[in-house]
Design a protein around this ligand. Structure first.
Ligand code: M6R
Length: 599
């Protein structure tokens, strides 16, 4: 999704903006631009990758100033083009504006402005903002008043930053889309996420909805919608520049797959050594009411896993797609706990679902990776998965950490109700990082991917706790290979999807352990094998599936609850190597964005 960087800096404004934009590339974008202000406002913007913008800037003489803003755009209104790229200006280029989110009433504002003689150069919703500001400036307003007046007219979600000619301030406003200030020694920054700031400062201030920020050479000031000054706490970011660098790996995705052992150790730190696994107050209630998980994409698959574990322990738990939940929530009681599972903590659909729950007096808990994210700040309680920054659009290490965190939550519930054996799970958890390392060191995913890279589709099947992983395996495959991939509950195949199965559609089957459930999955695998489909089994070697599977990918034996995490590592690697053979853009797949901040 779109990214924003803005700063006040006496030196090197352009390199600072470009460095911020490069850190935001991972969010997904199709054009980029900057504006710097001094006695005038100069904008340089370009469709395509950031290096296109850099080349363009190199040919711009004396582009400099004290205040500046930059943007990476992920198209919503209007195709990717130089004209639609941000920043946008008013008719006489006195102000430049960048914006994340969607201005829902832009059409009526645009019509009104056009009737007043304003000429528009883009198809974007954003362009109304500088034109309203321009209109207010014409009427004699100061830049600040013009900015307030413009923001007040907007409906929808936005994070906005603006610079003005002859005015050494960066102005920003937030409503429903993340913005954070960075406080450096000699410079102040505003950005849509902290990743853009990690090499500049570790001190940040999170803005809340309805707030305005004014960055100047004297520091920053935050006011609310009633113009009352807010005193906000500065927090320290623990992520550093090295954590957001690609290191020795060709892609962030591969780096992050390999970071899973360390990420899980960090997730478990202080949590798996005591009987008290998690400390979220909302979860430690003696009488747990219904639990609703709300999430999107990969996080939804983690939610399905968590809900299943809890149901197995007698807790009425269900996972919902956040985008569906927000518009028509199921009955919610005040004893209902709504858990938002969200890596970024900024996904618009998940935030909307959590807010819908909050309005109905439910307790809310955020399970997230990003300290200070909107979900973390808005929920009644928060649990951090501590994965470190995840740059690749495809979620990998954060999914593993989400599953571990949900395992801890579920197991704590069973301990409180006297079910379950903590010792077995604890020792399995303590071995898990080493077992993931073993999968990474011994996997035959690369030759398997090469063998199957020209298939016409990929299917993933699993039962019980392996079902969410089948969905996740397919999501990973489709999002980075652009090939058709679907995950099914193994038992559902014969109710329709079997019609899709041919000799050219490999079926990936997770078959772990040797209980009755697995036997049924193995029967389903035989059904596809009988129809000529190549069967790729992910197995711990305790099942009979290897006797007829075309390929076996081995994982070590572990606790039943943790096996999906090991299976998933094989699926991540399969997707990664398939995408590599097909020459896809792995870290930034087409059309996708890391953090989906629009509904
Ligand atoms: O930040 P979130 O966990 O809320 O993001 C949810 C989805 O957008 C995300 O998991 C998406 O599906 C990933 N690209 C999958 O790899």
């Amino acid at each position: 999704m779109c990214g924003i960087i803005g700063c006040i800096d006496r030196d090197d404004i352009v390199p600072t903006l470009l460095s911020g934009l490069s850190k935001l590339e991972y969010r997904g974008y199709d054009s980029a631009g900057i504006a710097v202000a001094n006695s005038g406002v100069r904008v340089v913007k370009r469709e395509g990758e950031l290096n296109e913008l850099v080349q363009r800037i190199e040919s711009e003489p004396e582009l400099d100033g004290i205040s500046g803003i930059g943007h990476t755009r992920w198209s919503t209104h209007g195709r990717p083009s130089d004209e639609n790229a941000h920043p946008h200006t008013d008719c006489s280029s006195r102000v430049a504006v960048v914006h994340n989110g969607i201005i829902e009433n832009y059409q009526s504002l645009r019509t009104e402005l056009q009737s007043l003689g304003h000429e528009f150069e883009s198809d974007t919703d954003t362009e109304v903002v500088p034109h309203i500001i321009g209109h207010e400036l014409d009427a004699g307003s100061s830049p600040r008043t013009a900015f307030y007046e413009a923001v007040e007219k907007l409906e929808g979600s936005y994070a906005i930053a603006a610079v003005f000619e002859g005015h050494d301030e960066v102005m920003a406003a937030r409503q429903g889309s993340s913005l954070v200030l960075g406080v450096g020694d000699d410079a102040t920054y505003v950005a849509s996420d902290i990743t853009a700031l990690v090499d500049r400062t570790d001190s940040v201030v999170h803005m809340d909805d309805g707030e305005f920020a004014f960055l100047s050479t004297d520091g920053h000031e935050i006011v609310d919608e009633n113009d009352e000054r807010q005193s906000k706490t500065q927090t320290t970011i623990e992520w550093d520049a090295e954590a957001v660098a690609k290191g020795e790996h060709d892609h962030y995705m591969l780096k992050e797959i390999h970071e899973q052992p360390a990420a899980l150790r960090e997730c478990l730190r202080d949590r798996s050594t005591t009987g008290q696994f998690v400390t979220a107050d909302v979860f430690n209630d003696d009488h747990l009411g219904p639990i609703h998980f709300v999430a999107c994409g990969t996080s939804y698959h983690a939610a399905l896993y968590g809900a299943r574990l809890l149901r197995e322990r007698g807790v009425p738990a269900q996972a919902f797609l956040a985008s569906e939940y927000a518009t028509a929530p199921p009955p919610i009681r005040d004893s209902t706990l709504v858990v938002g599972v969200t890596q970024s903590g900024e996904t618009a659909d998940t935030l909307a679902a959590l807010r819908a729950a909050d309005e109905r007096d439910a307790q809310t808990l955020a399970l997230t990776n990003v300290v200070g994210s909107t979900a973390a700040r808005e929920c009644d309680d928060v649990l951090y998965i501590r994965s470190g920054p995840e740059i690749s659009v495809a979620a990998t290490k954060t999914f593993a950490s989400q599953l571990v965190m949900l395992t801890l939550l579920a197991h704590q519930t069973s301990l409180e109700s006297g079910i379950g054996n903590a010792d077995r799970l604890l020792s399995a958890l303590n071995e898990l990082s080493g077992q993931i390392q073993q999968v990474l060191d011994t996997t035959n995913a690369m030759p398997t991917a090469r063998r199957l890279a020209n298939s016409s589709g990929y299917f993933f099947i699993g039962r019980g706790l392996q079902y969410p992983v089948a969905l996740e395996g397919a999501l990973k495959m489709k999002e980075i290979t652009y090939e058709h991939a679907e995950g099914f509950a193994a038992g559902e195949l014969k109710h329709g999807p079997l019609a899709l199965v041919t000799e050219e559609t490999p079926v990936f089957v997770s078959a772990i352990g040797d209980d009755e459930t697995v036997q049924k999955t193995i029967s389903n695998a035989k059904e596809v094998s009988a129809r000529g489909a190549p069967v790729v089994a992910v197995t711990d070697g305790t099942t009979s599936i290897e006797r007829f599977a075309d390929v076996a990918l081995r994982v070590p034996e572990t606790h039943r609850m943790l096996a999906p995490i090991l299976v998933n590592v094989q699926y991540q690697l399969l997707a990664y190597y398939t995408a590599r053979y097909l020459g896809r853009s792995i870290d930034k797949p087409r059309n996708l964005a890391k953090s989906v901040t629009v509904k």
